[in-house]
Design a protein around this ligand. Structure first.
Ligand SMILES: Cc1ncc(C[n+]2csc(CCOP(=O)(O)OP(=O)(O)O)c2C)c(N)n1
Ligand SMILES: CC(=O)[C@@H](O)[C@H](O)COP(=O)(O)O
Ligand SMILES: [Mg+2]
Length: 618
């Protein structure tokens, strides 16, 4: 799907036309997202800056990096995808984040925070080394600026002297109110238009005078030295940026002027803009956290069309509160995802044992390790895909010392509309590589509660509970942290874990109607687990089908196949049904399970094939 048509040329529109365009885009955005759902607040706040970027730059050549990328909807609407926005975040439709495969105007993928400046530095180096001419910009929010990676990028960008423009979109919000010491420095008279004009004219004049360059450099150094002593200097300037701001991020005229000015600066520039998250839509301005990510909603009232249901995050949060009542050592850590991980009540009830560290997953893991080492019972609640950020801290700070840290790994498995960057399909593989890491897979709300208690008070060393986005299926049992036989049968062994067990149980019922009695084995933990019950079952049935909503590499199916081989257990047929080794696009979880052959009917077909093939061979 690519879009090259009806892209408006904004380079020659007047300021009045630009303001009218912003109003129109804001109205369209509200109409669209009220129907499709998605990230509303950030996009409402990024209307003017996106229009200003498109007035000054040509995004088919100039490279714009959207940090997190959830604020890219206006950019998509301005680059030929206005009509396609009605397919936003649907299977085969537009992605909710920038995607180069969708358009040449999307410079890079996005989804995880704080990487935009680093990518921008890389692109700027490439441009210089290859002798090309295009501009590189990064649009990063104040929330994303609480991520350490952003400072690595800023530090190197400032030092590299590469011309690039970082736009800091400061709305005081992450998903909830922003946390951390994100420094804010007010520039004062430097931004008065006459000051900017004077600077530009002075530089031009010096350029024309013989020896003017030396005079310019001397006076520039002198001005910087005086300013550095007299005026509070922004940390960005200390890092080597020309700092512009803060400026009203909804004044499209001013933003355009400043970007035109920044465009000509031969070095790294940081433009600090102040915006309102949810700008222009009263319910979102009043509740910017609630309107960060929305499902379909009524425009008039702002109320969701579908009331939210109880989900695994809520069950986790409730279990956390119950356990915190029992033991003073239990504490909760979040990386800017308090509501998303169900910890809102915990943070309200136990503020002294609640730690929101901002978008800083690596720091969160290392901090949890320090807390555990000194006797606390830290629980870090984090989305599976965001935990990828902290792999070395898991190994180095937690694993080697075998520290008892508990991880509430939320959004494990397919997440749906957020797509490739957010599916939690790699954690079974990478968590298993950490010696001593226990990974528990609750498949019901009851199991979240029992397994969290087990993790905190009966396990030692690092423990992860992994559970999906959304609610439980028909399976409501509590089979505990080990392997359990949910259904006996003699014809085939069916293995699953987590909420995929619902598809597995449904498949077993379908097979039974076909006269095939499958034995369903539910795995409660996917590391350090005892395969004996499964191997015994395969000894009996001779056939094995393992269904997993995880990538193929290092999946439990591969490990079970190895066990069967190593223990010389004869098998007439074996099938491993998983996601394969690929990145899965966006869509509903049902559609994506269908794409990967994980729906009950597909498992049933697969089981019949295995049996047919096995019988043919014997
Ligand atoms: C590594 C990582 N951790 C957490 C998130 C979840 N997340 C998405 S947007 C967001 C807040 C971003 O705040 P900011 O950058 O200020 O953008 P705003 O929404 O305010 O425009 C968070 C925490 C993420 N996308 N990536
Ligand atoms: C952009 C981002 O990373 C978050 O807003 C994420 O989309 C939240 O996902 P959930 O909707 O699953 O909480
Ligand atoms: Mg913000």
């Amino acid at each position: 799907m690519t879009f090259e048509d009806n892209i408006p040329d904004l380079h020659h529109i007047s300021d009045a036309e630009a303001e009218a365009l912003c109003a129109r885009l804001r109205g369209d955005l509200l109409q669209i997202v009220s129907q499709t759902g998605g990230h509303l607040g950030s996009n409402l706040g990024a209307v003017e800056i996106t229009v200003a970027i498109h007035r000054v730059f040509d995004t088919s050549r100039d490279r714009i990096l959207f940090d997190v990328g959830h604020q890219c909807y206006i950019h998509k609407m301005l680059t030929g995808r206005r009509e396609a926005m009605k397919t936003l975040r649907t299977f085969g439709g537009l992605a909710g984040f920038p995607k180069p495969s969708e358009s040449v105007h999307d410079a890079f993928i996005a989804g995880h925070a704080s990487d935009s400046v680093s990518v921008a530095v890389g692109m700027a180096h490439a441009r210089t080394r290859m002798g090309e001419k295009y501009h590189v910009l990064a649009l990063i929010g104040d929330g994303a600026l609480t991520g350490g990676l952003a400072y690595e990028g800023l530090s190197n960008a400032g030092d590299s002297k590469e011309p690039l423009i970082v736009i800091l979109n400061d709305n005081g919000m992450s998903i909830t109110k922003n946390v951390g010491g994100v420094a804010e420095h007010l520039a004062r008279q430097r931004l008065k238009p006459q000051y900017l004009r004077f600077k530009k004219g002075y530089r031009k004049l010096m350029g024309k005078l013989p020896g003017g360059g030396h005079i310019y450099r001397f006076t520039h150094k002198l001005k910087t030295a005086i300013k550095g002593t007299l005026l509070p200097c922004s940390m960005f300037e200390e890092m080597g940026f020309t700092y512009l701001g803060p400026v009203d991020g909804h004044d499209v005229r001013r933003l355009t002027r400043l970007l035109q000015y920044a465009k000509d600066i031969d070095g790294p520039v940081l433009l600090h803009i102040r915006t309102v998250k949810g700008k222009g839509y009263a319910p979102a301005e009043r509740n910017p956290d609630r309107f960060h990510g929305v499902s379909r909603f009524c425009l008039e009232t702002g109320e969701p069309v579908q009331p939210s249901k109880r989900d695994f995050s809520k069950a986790f949060g409730e279990a956390m509160c119950a356990l915190a009542e029992e033991d003073e050592r239990v504490c909760a850590i979040s990386a800017a995802m308090v509501p998303g991980t169900g910890l809102h009540d915990f943070f309200e009830r136990f503020p002294e044992r609640s730690f929101d560290v901002g978008i800083a997953e690596g720091h969160a893991v290392s901090m949890a390790a320090g807390m555990a080492k000194q006797g606390m019972l830290p629980v870090f609640a984090v989305y599976s895909s965001f935990l990828q950020r902290a792999y070395d801290m898991l190994v180095h700070d937690v694993g080697i010392q075998g520290l008892h840290v508990v991880f509430g790994v939320d959004r494990a498995g397919l997440v749906g509309a957020d797509g490739e960057t957010h599916h939690g399909t790699l954690d079974p593989a990478f968590l298993d590589t950490i010696p001593g890491m226990t990974v528990l897979c609750p498949a019901s709300f009851a199991e979240v509660s029992s397994m969290l208690r087990y993790a905190l008070f009966q396990c030692t060393g690092p423990v992860a509970l992994r559970y999906p986005r959304g609610g439980e299926g028909e399976y409501r049992g509590d089979a505990g942290p080990e392997t359990a036989i949910l259904r006996t049968g003699g014809d085939l062994t069916l293995v699953g874990y987590g909420t995929l067990i619902n598809e597995v149980l449904q498949s077993a019922a379908q097979l039974s109607e076909l006269g095939i009695e499958a034995e369903v084995v539910k795995v409660g933990r996917i590391t350090l687990f005892d395969p004996a019950p499964i191997l015994d079952s395969v000894r009996k049935t001779g056939y094995l089908l393992v269904a997993e909503e995880s990538n193929a590499s290092n999946c439990i199916g591969q490990r079970l196949a190895a066990d069967l081989l190593l223990q010389n257990i004869p098998v007439k047929g074996i099938a491993l049904q998983n996601l394969g080794n690929r990145f899965i696009p966006h869509g509903t979880v049902e559609q994506l399970r269908e794409l990967c052959g994980l729906r009950a009917e597909q498992l049933t077909k697969r089981a019949e094939e295995v049996l047919r093939h096995g019988k043919k061979e014997t």
